[in-house]
Design a binder for this molecule. Structure first.
Ligand code: GTP
Length: 235
């Protein structure tokens, strides 16, 4: 079973805990209790592979965000959550994504963008198009409008990020394998024929052995031309 560490990030009150608890336990948390840090585990089969997910529900409110950098360092995949009822929560995500890319030191980080509370149509201030626009600006990061309350797109979002991690890990191990093979080929090519082929080795050794006396002879025979003696010395 493989381990997948997923980190849920976003502003305070957007529904990070609700989305996480709905995915892990299948229940909706109505009350609001600002998170400091909660860790959940869930075992799930994705594409025929058993996965052990460790999900870190992080703090959104400013006074609890000191540990964020550490969470990001340890995370393999990220759920970036905003609320469709809160314009600022989407703006906050822009800075959060930058922080993730900076800490990970790559643009290729498994992540999904979640516009949560999509059931609250009357309070909505951000449209689907607003989310799509951000997803496009981020290089087509998968985007889901979710409702933790109705479990809309919640499983889909988590499974998407795990699949991204799987693809990334597969690509990295394929690249490592290719590099090893290239290195092996390079080493073989730089070896002399004597080292590569045992038979050649024997042949060369016996040839060299049988030729050595002649070489010595020609070297001490002043009657032989110089070019011939050089040839024998090389062997
Ligand atoms: N209608 C509706 N309410 C939601 C949804 N998701 C969360 N809520 C409510 O929004 C409030 C905040 O949800 P939380 O899940 O605690 O938010 P959070 O992002 O974890 O908040 P912090 O821990 O402070 O960062 C709670 O009262 C939830 O019941 C949703 O999809 N629809």
């Amino acid at each position: 079973m493989r381990d997948y560490k997923i980190v849920v990030l976003g502003a305070g009150g957007v529904g990070k805990s609700s989305v996480t608890v709905q995915f892990v336990q299948g229940v909706y948390v109505e009350s609001y209790d600002p998170t400091i840090e909660d860790s959940y585990r869930k075992q799930i089969e994705i594409d025929g592979r058993a996965c052990d997910l460790e999900i870190l529900d992080t703090a959104g409110v400013a006074q609890f965000t000191a540990m964020r950098e550490l969470y990001i360092k340890s995370g393999k995949g990220f759920l970036l959550v905003y609320s469709v009822t809160d314009e600022n929560s989407l703006k906050e995500l822009l800075a959060l994504r930058e922080q993730v890319l900076r800490i990970k030191d790559t643009d290729n980080v498994p992540m999904v963008l979640l516009g949560n509370k999509c059931d609250l149509e009357e309070d909505r201030v951000l449209s689907i198009e607003d989310g799509v626009k951000v997803s496009q600006d981020w290089g087509l990061v998968p985007f889901y409008e979710t409702s933790a309350m109705y479990k809309t797109n919640v499983d889909e979002a988590f499974i998407d990020v795990v699949r991204q991690i799987m693809r990334k890990e597969a690509a990295i191990s394929a690249e490592k394998k290719q590099q090893k093979e290239q290195q092996k080929k390079l080493q073989e090519n730089t070896k002399s024929p004597i080292e590569i082929n045992g038979d050649i080795n024997k042949e060369k050794v016996s040839e060299a052995t049988t030729k050595t006396p002649r070489a010595k002879q020609s070297a001490i025979d002043p009657a032989k031309p110089k070019s011939q003696s050089k040839c024998c010395t090389i062997m």
